[in-house]
Design a protein around this ligand. Structure first.
Ligand code: GCO
Ligand code: MG
Length: 402
């Protein structure tokens, strides 16, 4: 089998998605997600101009060699744009391989290690009582694990919280929106939120929280200590991750489990975090972490050090990534949990898929390959629109991590 051609489809059904389609001479095609939120066209061009011409004629079964060709062979290694492009190629090739062998992808990654994939959803409230209502609504939907985010008294807009009556979506069209952040207001409020949620719903439900990179190491340590009585499943991205050793300080002060890595793109972003056991869950995911080939190696390293996976699964990761993640989650031993932020019905219509949700768990389905299609006619009706993630500032105007 040979790669005959490849194309990049960019569409914007409520938000932007970049999809790579690789065609083979035997008529089998594979899909890869290449969406990098707010930087979509950089990856689309990288693929079109620098990768696709060098893909033609290769054997799609050579996933390892093709991965190394675009990674080591490019001289310029790593970085989100490069690694997202490589991930799209890699996932499309695994899709082709599994389709050619007529098996669902998880069969090639180790087979079934579990019956279903535990997922967590988002309960986002504008304030304490609304957050409690949202937790209740998601418990009714069967979720066993819920990430709780809330508007903070005294802060106008908070990460993870939708404006009234709307679904939360971090990127917005036009130029970047700006928000203002106060760590002290946040740290004063969040323990009260989790106290209220535990008082109302008890300890049988898993609760998670995303700090979205905003705390310094010592503030994160304090957050973790304050959260201990509420037994969080994890605190996510407590602070900026560039300095891996900074997690030692957080770790030394709290038993609240730590999850990081949704913006990582290589094992070299988390090698110390893993081997020094500074984290509990790794969020680096297939689309931004170099694809299945690289994530398998990273997850296997993590397994040795008791670190489990907790893949990023926000709506900016297309159904193609969701499917790839679910096959991966099903197969590896050190799976922890999977984020599930359901896509809009229009997105599901453009990417029809075999995966399903039931009672707090997801299932990749038994279709050959990833089990995801692309309705190109419908996608073409929603052309790309420039969109950005917000920019964050402290109350005095200093730019801060969003
Ligand atoms: C999460 C994330 C997202 C990101 C978004 C950025 O935990 O789901 O933090 O909501 O902000 O994916 O592109
Ligand atoms: Mg996050």
């Amino acid at each position: 089998m040979k790669i005959k051609d490849a194309e990049v489809v960019v569409c914007s059904p409520t938000r932007n998605f970049v999809t790579l389609i690789i065609h083979t001479d035997e008529g089998i095609y594979g899909l890869g997600d290449a969406t990098l939120n707010g930087r979509e066209l950089a990856v689309a061009e990288y693929l079109k101009e620098h990768c696709i011409p060098a893909l033609i004629g290769r054997n799609p079964f050579d996933t390892e060699d093709i991965w190394q060709y675009f990674y080591k062979g490019a001289y310029w290694k790593r970085g989100p744009v490069t690694m997202t492009a490589i991930a799209a190629i890699d996932v499309a090739l695994w899709d082709i391989k599994a389709k050619a062998l007529s098996v669902p992808l998880y069969q090639l990654l180790g087979g079934k290690s579990r019956d279903g994939v535990l997922v967590y959803c988002h309960a986002n409230g504008t304030g304490l009582s609304h957050s409690i209502e949202e937790v209740h609504r998601h418990i009714e939907l069967g979720y066993k694990a819920i990430r709780v985010q809330s508007g903070i008294p005294g802060i106008e807009k908070t990460y993870g919280v939708a404006s009234k009556g709307k679904k939360y979506e971090p990127a917005t069209r036009g130029l970047p929106q700006e928000s203002v952040w106060s760590t002290s207001k946040y740290l004063n409020f969040i323990p009260k939120l989790f106290e209220a949620v535990r008082n109302k719903f008890g300890f049988d439900i898993h609760l998670l929280h995303d700090c979205h990179h905003r705390l310094t190491p010592v503030e994160a340590a304090r957050f973790g200590k304050d959260a201990e009585p509420y037994r969080l499943f994890w605190m996510e991205d407590p602070g900026s991750e560039e300095l891996q050793e900074s997690f030692r300080l957080i770790r030394n002060h709290t038993t609240t489990p730590i999850a990081v890595g949704e913006i990582f793109n290589s094992v070299f972003d988390c090698n110390k975090l893993i081997t020094e056991q500074l984290i509990d869950y790794l969020r680096m995911t297939i689309v931004h972490g170099g694809g299945i080939t690289h994530l398998l190696k990273t997850a296997h390293l993590a397994e040795i050090y008791n670190v489990r996976t907790g893949f990023h699964g926000a709506t900016d990761l297309s159904p193609v990534t969701m499917a790839a993640a679910l096959h991966f989650d099903m197969a590896i031993h050190n799976f922890g949990i999977q984020e599930h932020m359901p896509h809009e019905p229009l997105v599901d219509e453009i990417f029809p898929h075999a995966y399903t949700y039931k009672d707090g768990f997801m299932y990749p389905g038994e279709a050959a390959g990833l089990g995801v299609g692309l309705n190109r006619q419908l996608a073409a009706k929603y052309p790309y629109q420039r969109a950005y993630l917000p920019v964050n500032r402290l109350e005095d105007g200093t730019v801060w991590n969003w």
